[in-house]
Design a binder for this molecule. Sequence first.
Ligand SMILES: [Zn+2]
Length: 514
Amino acid sequence: MSPTSTGRLDFQGYTPGTIGRITEAHAVYYHEHWGFDASFESQVALELSDFMSEFQVDRDGLWVADSDGRFAGSIAIDAKLSDTEGARLRWFIVVPARQGSGIGRALIQEAVAFCRRKGYRSIFLWTFEGLTHARRLYEEIGFRLVQEHAVRQWGQPITEQKFVLNLQNRGDIMEFKAQKKETVVLNPAKEMARRSIPSEIREDPLTGRTARICHFMKLQWEKPDFEKIVAGTEKTCPFCAERVMQVTPCFPPEIIAEGRMTAEDMVLFPNIAPYDSLGAVATMGSRHYFPMTEIEPQRITKAFQLAMAFFRRIEALGHPESVYHLINWNYMPPSGSSLIHAHLQVFTTSSAPNLMREELTAAKTYLERNQSNYWDDLVAREREAGERYLGRIGRTDWLLSYAPLGVAGDVLAVVDGVNGTLGLSDQDLADIAVGLCRLMEAYDKMGIFSFNMNFFTGRMSDSFSRFHLLFSPRTFFNQSLGTPDIGALRNLFNETLCMAFPEDITRMLKPGFE
Ligand SMILES: [Zn+2]
């Protein structure tokens, strides 16, 4: 174990006094916060002493974080039973004065990376209920609760919990390819001095689709005068409360007996400009205009639930088009929406759209080749690497696309263990809505006021698929001329352009997820 330095934080292995310092940190913290008695300190001291006396440097790991020369935290990997039970993560602690500084995350990442290098198949740890911050960190890294039971121990009643991190995903075989390019120009502002401008061509690790990243401008746009855009549009809006029940069409009784479906002030009816046989539009309420930051998660959840109710009705009919259940959301005109009034496009189809079909085909090949699910591997890999990972809400992981379609990056939300849309629970819909609102708030700060959001789904039986959605902000390159953010490159070459590195966009969005 060579010491690694993270700023003023040093990681090292054993030094004289380590057993005492780790034991003391545990004894003091758990006595003050949880009332544990001397039996706890004795057990820590005893087991830690045993661990150190049996320590094998090519098998086990111990990391001590020193901050400015003082003990700040520790973590250990006891891999005696790695072949059977897995490697055991132990003695993970950060002293109260340094909690919240990122030391805990750094320690656990170090320990997990060590286990991966050693090829251990899994890591497990025992903890107890109530250590909220630690649990959140375990889950962010990918640990899952597998067992819990109530015991009386160390003088207190506690619920012991076992968490496991499966390391058998194949994230390491995923390739994140990029060609770095350089353009040299003579800069007239600096007496024609040579200036080098970098750009990058990235390949999507699943499909090989290429995307260009240029570091062209700051992600900051002027917001338009919304009053001017919105003014007068409600007078003829077909989705406003006074008109929606008069002007929108109805489904025939063999599809939806009551013609339209409703949920409070939301209405779902057939799309009058259908692009498939079972397409619907769902209004997101009677209010004509919602600024992006005023759409509450509850409203999005309810609209998703209305769409899901439609999907289930079609499914119950045994309809041949009940295969892929999709929601598209074009919000505000730059996204392609012809109306101000917020609404979802809801359709169920046997014909997978282009990119979704390509992804499904590639994910199937990936599973056959690697015996693992691409999306599970992607999430595990990105969660550990961290540079494009935002966070987890419920069982949904949020991350930036490596090769985005949109000019301001794309955000992916992947729902753990769900193959198709119909597998989403109400809780999943609510969790997704919370994440979408966090994105809207963050992008609003960049002056973005429009986006596309699409569901990507497999059949319920497609084990190579994971339900995910893409959120892609949209903008005008020139507001006053109405210049859209899609030009010849994207429209005719189907080559995308992103105006910033997704890793930089991650840093802009991340605070909303912490
Ligand atoms: Zn309206």
